[in-house]
Design a protein. Sequence first.
Length: 327
Amino acid sequence: MNHSGGRFHGDDANRTPPETRTRSQLIELGLTRSELSTALERGWLARTKRGIYALQVTELRLRLEVVLLRSPDAVFSHRTAAFAHGLKKREPAKLEVIVPRSRRSPRGARGRSRREARRMTIAGMPFTPLAATIADLLDVWPERAVAESVDARFPTLDSRTAVLAEARELPARQAKRVLPLLEWAPENMFSKVEGRLARALQMRGWTVRLNSSFGPYLWDIFIVEANLVVEFDSLKFHTDEQAFRVDRARQNNLVRRDVRILRYTDYDIDHRFDEVIAEIHDEARHLRDAPRTPRPSRTPRSPSRWDERHCLDLYLHLDVESDWRRR
């Protein structure tokens, strides 16, 4: 399995010249005098002149090393392990560790006590394995955020072979949460937006296919149980004359195949994602139940503000909200 050990090797710190820190900055980082001496002895820092030190490893690596000095039995976990495994892009502001129940949490990290912790080594440091890290993330992140991180890191089922095997060895309670998340991947994804939409719908219980063909045309998302296509487009796409003509022909082709369609813009995805998902889910439920039940008793639609008001009024409201968020 390809882990992101390079994030902890300190390669960036070996450039010329290396980053420097003052003694007071290192103390603010949490180092005691004794730990500063140890960092010098072990080559994590080099004194360049009085009160000035050059980093010989990345600052993150230095923080990890110091935590292990304080608690040698600690295993880095949760968001710290997520960064190591490439599930998180930003360096963790706060380190997280698992420690034995008989030990206190080390200074400089948030500790969680467990009887034992699964561990693996990345760049010489102890971390929870990938599947165990995903299980831990489900306790601190929303489920959809964990799923999207997994999809970004492992976009196909083939790329998940190792972590799926690992997840099957987890305790039953954890495996029950992690396996459903891993057993679906955004296969045939052409963009991150497609993957994000498809994952959100899959988590609502739908069978979702990406970039499915109907006749000579491809469509972004197809919900199998509802015979429903979901398409989203950018303004740039619709300003191209040829694309505009093709778009009308392909939609007519779809309608003549008795396939329903909902269409959205990039703006909708960026500014009202949850509303879009709720609307698609509502329509899919309505369509799924239609063939099996008499018209009066089929699952009714749940009207939203987008059914009752003109879209230009609602888009104006979203623009105002967006402006306030940027201030």
